[in-house]
Design a protein around this ligand. Structure first.
Ligand code: UDP
Length: 411
């Protein structure tokens, strides 16, 4: 359809978050603008690069489960001095794939929701614009990490860079981006989180939960990571039938089966076991608190839902800053030992005195105040404007940088 503007969102399935953000943006576009924009979500690494680069998402899954290897890879590539030449070298192999994607989709705007999709696509686009192979086209980065994030997110060649927090804005500035290139709206979270929800009581009834029992939600990202089973055991031992626990196992099937086999009934915690759900906003609305790894998506969603957050772990490096973020904003705490986690939940939900109860309520209020349910719409409105106005303004610093690099690549 020639009348529809085309937006290419480049992502990669390294962890669930990039895909979730891309889909949130797509859903908000649909809600806001109907069919005016055509959105293509493309895994540029998997679908448009040759081996071995197309196996990078699988390599990530392996690396991130091996903390030492991941930290090593992350830290070694973090300095600009390393990753710019590294990406240039990789770029000479993968740029053909980016050309293919641009030929196939003819985008009016290119959006990246992945830390490794700035430098190469921008360079390829610059070359194409220079050679007349494509019209001037804007490029936007939407950062999907929350605080600490890899420097490859920030390329001064991007027209705009959308960041979720002030911490990220400072990192962008430190990486040479100009203040006017950086926009702070928040993380793009699915539109279902910005619609009004039924009361907690009504939600509990519709989800098959007990209406009068305190409830805690236990999640480990899309993959059901972390010591979830041991945490359920400790909550069971500590709280018994004074509490109900909802465990969202995501794609972790064996965890789901093991939890379903646990003893139930009098004296035991009332357990609700789910696989991968698409109504996490309802479960969050139905529960009093959440225990989760420090994933950006889940933290941002819990803030919008206004529930205190007990962080029980994190992916090394890019999720590390999310822990002080939660603690410093006094919306939750961090504890990795399942027995201590059970004690904190007991004091939050059941055994705490008046003062602790008041502090728990205040944490929920502060969370709600920090949440940014409208961020996804603000991002989408800005992206729509970028798709409509064909300016190709990489800024003088970026032009110099890109000029030098494409010059170097040509020789
Ligand atoms: N999620 C979901 N259903 C599930 C489990 C997780 O929709 O059953 C979503 C969750 O709401 C969040 C995302 O998956 O939006 C997980 O993102 P996060 O950044 O927290 O962690 P990741 O899995 O990317 O490491």
């Amino acid at each position: 359809d020639a009348d529809r503007k085309r937006i290419l969102i480049g992502m990669s399935n390294t962890g669930g978050g990039h895909k979730a953000s891309a889909e949130a943006i797509q859903a908000a576009f649909q809600e806001r603008y109907g069919n005016k924009y055509e959105i293509f979500i493309v895994d540029l690494w998997k679908e448009h690069t040759p081996a071995p680069f197309n196996s990078m998402p699988d390599t990530y899954s392996f690396l991130v489960k091996n903390a030492f290897l991941w930290r090593f890879t992350y830290e070694v590539t973090n300095p600009k001095l390393i990753h710019i030449p590294y990406l240039s070298a990789v770029g000479s192999f993968v740029s053909r794939g980016v050309h293919e994607a641009l030929d196939k989709y003819h985008p009016d705007l290119v959006v990246s929701v992945h830390p490794l999709m700035q430098h190469i696509p921008i360079r390829v686009m610059t070359e194409r614009v220079k050679s007349g192979a494509m019209p001037p086209t804007n490029f936007a980065t939407v950062v999907t990490d929350f605080t600490t994030c890899h420097n490859t997110w920030f390329c001064p060649g991007a027209t705009r860079c959308f960041v979720p927090t002030e911490y990220c804005r400072q990192l962008a500035l430190g990486n040479g981006m100009a203040p006017e290139q950086i926009i702070l709206h928040g993380l793009p979270i699915r539109p279902s989180f910005s619609r009004p929800l039924s009361s907690r009581r009504v939600l509990r009834r519709s989800l098959g939960m007990a209406t009068g029992l305190p409830a805690v939600l236990l999640v480990g990202g899309g993959e059901g990571m972390g010591a979830l089973e041991e945490t359920v055991s400790q909550l069971d031992a500590r709280l018994g039938d004074k509490c109900q626990v909802v465990v969202i196992c995501g794609r972790n099937r064996s965890l789901q089966e093991r939890l379903r086999a646990r003893p139930q009934g009098p004296g035991h915690v009332l357990l609700h076991v789910c696989g991968f759900v698409d109504n996490i906003h309802e479960w969050m609305g139905a529960c009093d608190a959440i225990i989760t790894k420090a994933g950006p998506g889940t933290i941002a969603e819990a803030l919008i839902s206004g529930i205190p957050i007990l962080l029980n772990g994190n992916v090394p490096c890019q999720e590390e800053g999310n822990i002080p973020y939660v603690i410093d904003n006094r919306v939750g705490t961090f504890e990795t030992r399942p027995d201590r986690i059970a004690s904190i939940i007991a004091s939050w939900l059941i055994e705490g005195g008046e003062e602790q109860r008041a502090e728990f309520t205040a944490m929920g209020r502060r969370a709600k105040a920090l949440g940014r349910p409208k961020a996804v719409y603000r991002i989408v409105d800005d992206l729509a404007a970028l798709a409509d106005e064909p300016c190709f303004d990489f800024g003088p610093a970026a032009a110099a940088l890109l000029g030098q690099r494409s010059g170097a690549a040509a020789t």
